[in-house]
Structure formats: C-alpha cells, structure tokens
Design a protein around this ligand. Structure first.
Ligand code: IMP
Length: 197
C-alpha cells in the first residue's frame, strides 16, 4: 500500500517509513504542486476535530488519487496540562513558538499539580472510510528543562512510565515505546496487520 502522510514534518515521515516499510507499505509525504499545503485549523478544544478537519481538507485536495492501493494519514498531537485546564492542547505548537518552554515553566511556577498528558490522534483514510486511532502518554511537567533529545515540550515532560528522566533524556526508541504517537501508530499497525492467534 502507498501511505500518503499529510504532514509538514519530514522527521515524522521517516519515522513512519521505519514503522511501515517492514510491512511492505511505502510512505510518502503529501505534497501539492511540490509543496506542503496549508490547512485551516478549526478553533477547537480537542485535537480530534482538528485531525478530522485536516483529513477532510486533504481528501478534497487529492481527490481521485486515493485509489484502492493508497491511504491517507493525518496525525495531530498536543500537550494537555491539568492545572491549566488542558492548555495548550490543540494550540501546542503555537504556544511553543510564542512563549516557549520557559513560558510554560514560569506559568507553572509554584504549582503543585504538575500532571500533564500528551495526546495523539491519527486519522487513516482507506477504501472510502476514515479510521481513528488515539494514543496518550501520561506524565508531569518538570520544574526545569532537562535533556537534549526529542523536540517540542520533551525537555519539560517526565512520562509516568519512565524512571524520572524527561522525554528529551530518553533515546528515540525508549520514547517511541511509551509515547502517545507510538501508541496510536501501533494501533494502526494492528489494524493493518492484526496479530495472528
Ligand atoms: P503535532 O500535531 O504532532 O505536530 O504536534 C503539535 C505540537 O505539540 C508540536 O509542535 C509540539 O509542540 C507538541 N508535541 C506533539 N508531540 C510532541 C512530542 O512527542 N514531544 C514534545 N512535544 C510534542
């Protein structure tokens, strides 16, 4: 199968290639006239609505290109901080760009409830139907940045399933094994190749 990944992030495309290639599926980045297209994002408290809206827009753009040998993949993720009512959530990339990790740390200064979770939603359109897969990674916001790896909020996020290290201190494999995106992608993998009994 040819999986067309709707993302401007090339890193995610190569991550998906690593996952789908062993199953014989080719992953390519969704481009329109050689460029990654712009999508309008609905104002929403949830990433699922954003993901579905992006899928609808992508389907309008590709039209008949999605034949029985192709599938469209859209993924959206965000960080939901409990004491901030789920902020930044769907606005995670905008907030990261505007106030950065230091901004989040100062808003959280003195806050005892540091619970947060990353959530990911994948929409997968195949044979005329859109399937949704969700993943989450529970954890807490550290009091300072730690580690050099990963991206986004990784240096301030400590997953509950790790040993106290932030996501930026984990190896890529360690992070994938517990991450929200890893969980959602694994559900998609099981859908494509259900484990034999
Ligand atoms: P996207 O929808 O996966 O591109 O994620 C939107 C934003 O959420 C990113 O720009 C990051 O700020 C944040 N984010 C999503 N996933 C992660 C992650 O695994 N680590 C750190 N930040 C993330």
């Amino acid at each position: 199968m040819r999986i067309i990944f709707v993302t401007s992030n090339r890193g995610k495309v190569s991550e998906a290639r690593g996952i789908f290639a062993p199953l014989g599926h080719a992953v390519e980045q969704f481009l329109k006239d050689g460029l990654t297209p712009e999508f309008s994002e609905p104002q929403s408290d949830g990433i699922e609505e954003v993901t579905i809206s992006k899928m609808e827009q992508a389907l309008m753009m590709v039209g008949r290109e999605v034949d029985e040998n192709s599938a469209l993949l859209v993924e959206d993720a965000g960080l939901f901080i409990d004491s901030l009512g789920g902020f930044p959530g769907p606005y995670s990339s905008y907030v990261e760009e505007k106030i950065g990790l230091d901004g989040i740390l100062s808003i959280m200064n003195g806050e005892e409830n540091r619970y947060a979770e990353f959530r990911a939603v994948i929409a997968f359109h195949y044979l005329g139907q859109t399937h949704i897969f969700r993943g989450k990674c529970e954890g807490s916001i550290d009091v300072e940045k730690k580690g050099e790896g990963g991206f986004g909020y990784d240096p301030i996020f400590v997953p509950s399933d790790s040993d106290g290290r932030t996501c930026a201190e984990l190896t890529a494999e360690e992070k994938s094994s517990i991450s929200h995106r890893g969980m959602a992608l694994n559900k998609l993998l099981e859908f494509l190749a259900p484990p034999s009994m």
